[in-house]
Design a protein around this ligand. Structure first.
Ligand SMILES: Cc1ncc(COP(=O)(O)O)c(C=O)c1O
Length: 406
């Protein structure tokens, strides 16, 4: 039997309705949407345009031609940053972001830095929330972009998007947000929230992998990364991935339709897990913001326990001890380090990513496993013994409050 899946930040399964929507475009309706001379092409074009409207509706974009279809959020993030950066004739200008962004943002920003652009990482607090005063202070005359994620994939912290947008716009700066983890879990409205560019990924909202979108507010021009047939208003060439796009559209429609009901259900499950952990396991530390966090996310450090060992012990449940991209190496999570979690506690952390298939029974099963295995692993830890005997082990007792005082 496969383990219970609780790693929905890494990816989500394709919803049955999504697969059903995709199937005709993988079989009988194989036309190229650029072929306007026959019905095959027109059917494909209609499917793409319908999907574009569904995606626009999810983020309350006013026009569907503000949606650029891509191969996923990594490309969307690259297109937003490089597409804006390369509009200038010379490789100069300033971008502001934060250190807990996904690597698709950080690595792109660092690449641009090598090319002559400047990048500032605005301060964040111990919960990972951006410091708005520091953001204001970081703005320069040549700042052209502020990019801050909607919500973090490891610690679930939600950023104050509207405040950030307001600060950006007061200075005539564009605001991009990577909303991959937030979509379908929180209400995002590009007009109300003042978002100029927004990245979307299909496979995080029960759609297919390898497809995504970038919302680009009307009037903003980007320098394309991929040149070719001039598709997507010249901003992203290449024959469109029609089955993927149709699937992304359907996934967006479902995410919008189910948002209120599903986020309430996830919140209940999350609180059941949170209360269970905090009442049944001692010496735990919640990472990320206590309230301002994704309804489907928890991230705990279990002192005196190796995260990897705990995951192995709880292999009935598919979990993660860091972001999907860094869990292959034994480096502690850069997100946890950025909010000041000490190395030892970062290595003791587990991420819980709830999703559609999870039930209260599964949460209760996980709680039984956690209680049992944390106790067993601690019994084998000499450090735990020392702590119980009263030896002062500073680094094993940390709270976000300590970080605030530093
Ligand atoms: C916040 C965030 N941005 C971007 C990505 C990359 O998305 P994709 O897998 O569609 O390239 C991910 C997925 O890990 C993510 O969590």
């Amino acid at each position: 039997m496969k383990p219970i899946y609780m790693d929905h930040h890494a990816t989500t399964p394709i919803a049955a309705e999504v697969l059903e929507t995709m199937m005709p475009f993988l079989t009988s309706d194989y036309g190229n949407p650029s072929s306007s001379t026959h019905v095959y092409g027109r059917v494909a074009r209609a499917a793409v345009e319908h999907a574009r409207e569904q995606i626009a509706a999810l983020i309350a974009a006013q026009r569907s031609d503000e949606i650029i279809l891509t191969s996923g959020a990594t490309e969307s993030d690259n297109l937003a940053l490089k597409g804006l950066a390369y509009r200038q004739a010379i490789n100069k200008g300033h971008i502001i972001t934060i250190a807990t962004e996904h690597k698709a943002i950080i690595d792109t920003a660092e690449f641009l830095k090598k090319q002559g652009f400047d990048v500032t990482y605005a301060k964040i607090d111990a919960y990972g929330v951006i410091d708005l005063q520091n953001l204001r202070d970081s703005i320069r005359a040549d700042t052209f972009l502020i990019t801050v994620q909607a919500a973090n994939s490891e610690i679930g912290t939600i950023q104050p998007l509207r405040d950030i947008a307001q600060i950006a716009h007061e200075q005539g700066i564009l605001f991009h947000t990577d909303a991959v983890q937030g979509l379908g879990r929180m209400d995002i409205d590009v007009v109300r929230d003042g978002i100029d560019l927004l990245s979307i990924s299909g496979h995080k909202i029960y759609g297919p992998k390898g497809v995504g979108a970038l919302y680009v507010k009307k009037g903003i021009r980007l320098h394309p990364l991929i040149h070719g047939g001039g598709h997507e208003n010249g901003m992203r060439s290449g024959t469109l991935n029609v089955p993927g796009i149709a699937g992304l559209g359907k996934a967006a429609e479902i995410a919008k339709r189910d948002l209120i009901q599903e986020s309430e259900r996830l919140l209940n499950l999350r609180e059941r897990l949170r209360k269970g952990i905090e009442s049944r396991v001692d010496l735990v530390q919640l990472n990320g913001h206590p309230q301002q966090r994704l309804v489907n996310n928890l991230n705990y450090s279990f002192s005196f326990v190796e995260g990897e060992s705990l995951m192995l012990a709880c292999r009935d449940v598919a979990l993660s001890s860091g972001s999907a991209c860094t869990s292959a190496s034994l480096q502690s999570s850069y997100v946890l380090r950025a909010i000041g979690v000490p190395e030892t506690l970062a290595h003791s952390s587990i991420r819980f990513g709830l999703g559609k298939s999870n039930s209260a029974e599964e949460i209760d099963h996980l709680l039984d496993l956690l209680e049992k295995h944390v106790r067993r692993l601690r019994e084998m830890s000499p450090l735990y013994e020392m702590a119980r005997e009263g030896v002062d082990l500073d680094t094993f007792a940390w709270t976000p409050h300590d970080h605030h005082n530093h």
